[in-house]
Design a protein around this ligand. Sequence first.
Ligand SMILES: [Fe+2]
Length: 289
Amino acid sequence: MKKGGLSEVQDAFWELVDKSEAAAEKAEANYSAEQHKVWDLVANNLHSLWFLFVHPALLKAGEKMGMFSGNIPTVKSLDKILSAASGFHVYVCDGVLDFAVLAYGYSMGYFPTTLFIRTMAQLDYIETPDMVHERFGHLVALFLKAYANAVKQFGKIALNYLDHEECVKALDKIHWWGVEFPLVWHEGQIKVVGPGILSSPGEITHAVKASRHLDTGEQIQRITVTNENAFEVLMDIVKGPKHNIHIFQSKYLVFENFEVFEHTLTKTVVLVMQEIKKEGVVVPYDDPQ
Ligand SMILES: [Fe+2]
């Protein structure tokens, strides 16, 4: 939690919201030909991969949101479509947000997007999340009510534990594997749902198909999550090594369905937070080598 507590977090969040419309309009009037081209190339590449590997509800959501229409959708249009579909709103941020500000936004039903886009040279990989990640990833996922409800509740729960250091570390890990990188079973197949995967042409096939990690040689783990094992799975995540943000993942949670996803990100997270506080669980949080 920031020094000034929740009120400082709220102030920081609402300041971003207040500035969003003007910032978006200014940037949108000035996208260069290269920026439009990058969006178009990424959109075409993702569209064909999504047909094969992404949950059909998200493919439909992306199409309804105009993600593949050839134009970079405006923040205003995305906000309008998303708020009608799931109640979520869009605001503008400048890079990676403080977790408390992000969580407060979730709790209010808001998701941030930057106004910058990767360059031609960064088509396949970019370290800092750009609008490709936020729009093809998070905003499309948030079109789905089950995903949006889970994220909003997760944010509300997180606000209750921001003063507890081990809980914050645990929330960050659960957010990584549960909110950013989830897969979901659909008609006997594993399908992509997580924003971190949706927006990455390389990771889409890796997440669903690869048996070993190309960089580390590790066996890829795909752990099916049910209501019965959700607590155990989240505790293993909390007590295990921290996620590596620099390479494709070698472990994915595959939720049995969207109901289990919602249940895990809400009710099970509360149980995990209570367990950490009650048992004094120490959460490993060193960055992987
Ligand atoms: Fe993200």
